[in-house]
Design a binder for this molecule. Structure first.
Ligand code: LIP
Length: 258
């Protein structure tokens, strides 16, 4: 079994390979592979995933892979790499800087190491099961906000037509109980903001594993808490992560509309 240090180093290399390819080709951000009602798939999504996968396969050719862009090489290997080549794709396609590349490696359900790289923000977030969360090498720690009425909570509005919890009902419920809600379009970066103590929680009712795998560990290794509240078959979760202090209160607030 490779050391977590080596796994983390590979996750960083893969996230950077994907993110730097997207940045170098930013002028091609409108090259659409497929349009959806609330989402878009870009040629660059696939190209960036290919680069992340190639980076990993050079070191770990026999590992499993699961990625947003149709990558599912689940060969039963002990370790599985979970890749979101561009998280915040719609932001990216519109030229907004809130997007990132996210790479995690897990053993079963346990994420061992993860990296989230936001090229336009020049931010590299890292964590491992035995390494604390960092951004550009600086230690991260969640906030000390202890009440919902002082909490800023990030969330997302589903990309699918049939979320299992209507997004605006969730947003209204959140708004009723916290200081402020923010919808910034990248789950991984929303979670990294919790880890760095700039926001206090994140919730989304239908988010995919690849959006949260790396950044959920980063929250935990910054002293926070991340939980799957509901699970659907296609790697889709009802997911909450907080600074830990407001966790139970936030779950209680949301429970009636989950
Ligand atoms: C996005 C998430 C965001 C969610 C969007 C979308 P993608 O991921 O980061 O939180 O609200 O619907 O799923 O598709 O850009 O990788």
């Amino acid at each position: 079994m490779p050391s977590t240090a080596r796994l983390l180093e590979c996750a960083v290399e893969a996230a950077k390979a994907a993110g730097q390819h997207a940045l170098r080709n930013h002028r091609r951000r409108r090259e659409v592979l497929r349009n959806f009602r609330h989402d878009v798939k870009l040629n660059l999504d696939v190209e960036c995933q290919d680069r992340a996968e190639a980076t990993i396969r050079r070191q770990f050719p026999k590992h499993s892979f699961l990625g947003e862009e149709g990558l599912a090489d689940r060969n039963g290997a002990a370790l599985e790499w979970v890749i979101d080549p561009i998280d915040g794709t719609v932001n990216f396609s519109h030229g907004l800087p809130m997007w990132c590349s996210s790479v995690a490696v897990r053993q079963g359900e346990q994420v061992l190491a993860g990296a989230v790289y936001a090229p336009m923000l020049d931010e590299l977030y890292t964590a491992a099961i035995d390494r604390l969360a960092r951004c550009n090498g600086r230690r991260l720690h969640v906030s000390d906000v202890s009440t919902l009425k002082r909490a800023m909570i990030c969330t997302g509005l589903e990309k699918s037509r049939n979320p299992f919890a209507p997004p605006f009902q969730m947003l209204q419920r959140l708004h009723s109980g916290v200081q402020k809600c923010r919808v910034m379009g990248s789950a991984a970066l929303d979670l990294c903001r919790v880890a760095q103590g700039h926001t206090d929680g994140y919730f989304e009712s239908g988010i995919f594993l690849w959006d949260v795998a790396a950044a959920g560990l980063i929250v935990e290794r910054a002293g926070g808490r991340a939980d799957i509240l509901r699970q659907k078959p296609d790697h889709r979760y009802c997911y909450v992560a907080t600074n830990g202090l407001i966790h139970r209160a936030l779950c209680r607030l949301l429970e009636p509309v989950l």
